[in-house]
Design a protein around this ligand. Structure first.
Ligand SMILES: Nc1ncnc2c1ncn2[C@@H]1O[C@H](COP(=O)(O)OP(=O)(O)OP(=O)(O)O)[C@@H](O)[C@H]1O
Ligand SMILES: [Mg+2]
Length: 261
């Protein structure tokens, strides 16, 4: 396995003709954990959706490469096959498809025809990962996310990540709605992935998740781009003081923190 490298350069993205991302620059390499924090509505989830190739998000300029391959030229499934994974802020429910069937199809789609995972191996892996995440086995046979509580959906996103073993994962508010114990379990899942072959971008509002998943870099997202970067101490200061000092430091007008205002 090779060390992944995701490189985002001056990325501009529009939704329904309105520019939301205004020049995002970021590099995430294998072995690194990056955290993005920023006020509501500034474009964090838009960045995640655009990277995954959601058709609603139009890249108007800039480049994104994964291992020097042009990511923006790739279809959504090709991006997944190249090792990109997104845990969504609002995971969708799919009625009629069990969690286990969904996971097996996703794994096989990634592995390609003729290289499908054996049922035995799949079940063994699923058992192991569900145990790590302290999930009841009934979640394997329930329909995907249907009737799952908010926290259960988040835990299930991490299960998908552990089963798919991506090279670069984007986790959008994976901690929202989690109780303290679930937060630790989700962190355990993410930490179990840590290796030079895995890079992670965590979008979060709260420093507390970062107590359990130590980030190497913390970025502040405002006005559709990263306006400031630092280490874990930056997250601690944001939690304690909010965003006003960043705005003051950078001369950002209050209402301009929201790109759509
Ligand atoms: N599919 C869409 N249709 C219309 N507007 C959108 C869409 N996606 C994003 N936007 C707008 O783009 C802006 C940024 O939204 P985004 O979800 O990226 O913010 P965010 O930083 O993730 O916020 P939060 O912290 O609340 O999750 C918002 O004003 C939002 O309404
Ligand atoms: Mg969001």
């Amino acid at each position: 396995m090779s060390v992944p490298k995701l490189t985002i350069k001056d990325l501009h993205v529009a939704v329904e003709g309105k520019e939301i991302l205004k020049g995002v620059n970021l590099e995430v390499k294998g072995g690194e954990i990056h955290a993005i924090m920023g006020p509501n509505g500034t474009g964090k989830s838009t960045l995640a959706s655009a990277l995954m190739g959601h058709p609603k998000y139009e890249v108007t300029s800039g480049t994104v490469t994964l291992d020097d391959q042009d990511l923006l030229e790739m279809a959504v499934d090709e991006r997944a096959r190249a090792g990109l994974f997104l845990a969504m802020q609002y995971p969708s429910e799919i009625s009629g498809v069990t969690n286990s069937d969904f996971l097996r199809s996703a794994i096989n789609a990634k592995r390609g025809e003729g290289n499908e995972i054996s049922l035995m191996k799949f079940i063994r892996e699923l058992d192991k990962k569900m145990e790590l995440l302290e999930m009841d086995e009934s979640f394997a046979t329930r329909y995907l996310n249907e009737g799952f509580s908010g926290g259960e959906k988040k835990r299930n996103e991490i299960l998908q990540m552990l089963m798919l073993q991506p090279r670069i994962a984007i986790l959008d508010e994976i901690d929202s709605g989690l109780d303290i114990d679930a937060l630790k379990v989700v962190a355990k899942g993410v930490n179990s992935m840590r290796s030079p072959e895995f890079g992670c971008l965590i979008i979060t509002h709260y420093q507390r998740l970062l107590n359990y998943i130590k980030p190497d870099f913390v970025h502040v997202f405002m006005q559709g781009r990263i306006v400031k970067s630092g280490g874990p101490e930056l997250a601690e200061r944001l939690e304690a003081e909010g965003y006003d000092w960043v705005k003051e430091e950078l001369g950002i007008e209050d209402e301009a923190a929201n790109p759509t205002a």
